[in-house]
Design a protein around this ligand. Structure first.
Ligand code: PLP
Length: 229
């Protein structure tokens, strides 16, 4: 299906979720996750009007940036190895996966201008998930005040691997509570007004619970296998 049609469907789902959550649609941004599709499919996404693009590997990101000349906002959404920071940090506008001090130190060292970052939080406590533990979020943010190249714009999480909607919703709710708490502190380096949560299978729940950035791949641009048929 053309991306334009999928986007229309998703926008309708987003506006319904906004209505249910008593949210304004202009506060919800779609990050089109293009990590599994070709440059051509990515160009199609841009033509459809998507201008926030998400990648999770340095190789995929740089390969697309080499071809795509339209100005878009690049989001790095995957876990980032410290040794890969210098390759990507000055090519993206937003990092969704800041989760440790060694990464923050390396960003501080390599970034040539301030970068907007989300702190990735492991709300669900699943072993396999990246992200810092909820009780460490505030101390971590406080300890970043001298990292002048880093602006903490919000919190990010991945929902647990379950189809239980109540479990997913409670994870999003707790991230929202954390975000509101941090924002209330008034840290100048960490306004923390944004919430990056929700993917293809759970973005409607995420929006009802306060997401301001949803990261949508499969439901929007499909994956490579679909691209090739
Ligand atoms: C792949 C990925 C997404 C998009 O997942 P879909 O289920 O395809 O929408 C979102 N966030 C992160 C961090 C990802 O790695």
């Amino acid at each position: 299906m053309p991306i334009e049609r999928k986007l229309q469907q998703i926008q309708q789902q987003i506006s319904q979720a906004c209505a249910r959550g008593n949210r304004s649609i202009k506060d919800v941004h779609i990050v089109a996750v293009t990590k599994s599709v070709t440059v051509e499919r990515t160009q199609e996404a841009i033509l459809a009007g998507l201008h926030h693009l998400g990648e999770n590997r340095p190789e995929g990101l740089l390969a697309k940036q080499a071809e795509i000349k339209t100005p878009v906002i690049w989001h790095y959404i995957g876990s980032l190895q410290t040794r890969k920071v210098k390759q990507v940090i000055n090519t993206v506008q937003v990092l969704h996966s800041l989760d440790r001090m060694s990464l923050a130190d390396e960003i501080q060292k390599r970034a040539t201008q301030k970068i907007d970052c989300f702190i990735q939080v492991n709300v669900s406590g699943e072993e396999a998930k990246h992200g810092i533990e909820p009780q460490n979020v505030q101390p971590f943010i406080e300890s970043l005040s001298d990292h002048h190249q880093i602006r903490i714009i919000g919190l990010m999480t991945m929902a647990p691997n379950t189809s239980d909607e109540q479990v997913i919703r409670s994870v999003f709710k707790s991230l929202k509570d954390m975000q509101v708490h941090i924002a209330s502190k008034g840290y100048t380096h960490a306004p923390c007004t944004e919430l990056s949560m929700g993917m293809s299978n759970d973005f409607e729940i995420a929006i009802e619970e306060g997401a301001t950035y949803v990261r949508i791949g499969t439901a929007l641009v499909g994956d490579e296998s679909e691209d090739l048929t």
